[in-house]
Design a protein around this ligand. Sequence first.
Ligand code: ZN
Ligand code: ZN
Length: 191
Amino acid sequence: MPRGTYAARHKPPMSRLRHNLLSDLPHRLREHREQLLADLRRWGAEVREDPTLLWRTAAVRVGLWVVLGVVVLLTARALTRSLVSLAREGQGEQAAPVAILRVACASTSCRHTYTSHQPMDFAAWPMVCPRCGQATVYRAKLCPKCHRWYGTVPGAPKVCPLCSAPEAPGQPDEQPAPAPENPDDAEDPWG
Ligand SMILES: [Zn+2]
Ligand SMILES: [Zn+2]
């Protein structure tokens, strides 16, 4: 018997097929679920007998890999975040080096002098004096004659306001760390 003829004769009309599918659907679902539950129960019993089956079951293996992948991803993200925050902290320390500045109040009735810790690029002169409260604190210079510190007001004569001695020649505006008196005394790296 030619196959084409058989198929044509036994093929139900499309409308009838659809009707059967729809009316059978709840039954089919129930059957499917029962089948699935039975499979699961059987699988559970087999796993109890042979635990290695758990690993050999593809679905479980895939699930475990997925869980492992998520754990690895989360760990990597947490690590990256902590490293980034560490790096930021490091940058923050580098970005704000602190200079120790000798400063003095230029107010004639105060003359308060002290050291101040400021960022290396500090330029907000004058500072407010902690003793008299006036904004009259400038970088200080040491008078070569009376050996007292005084605030260097911009535009003021370059003399000590306390004893009128001229400003020490070549005294830098900054007070860098004192260099060794004689460079030859410094340790020679070449031995
Ligand atoms: Zn003052
Ligand atoms: Zn002086």
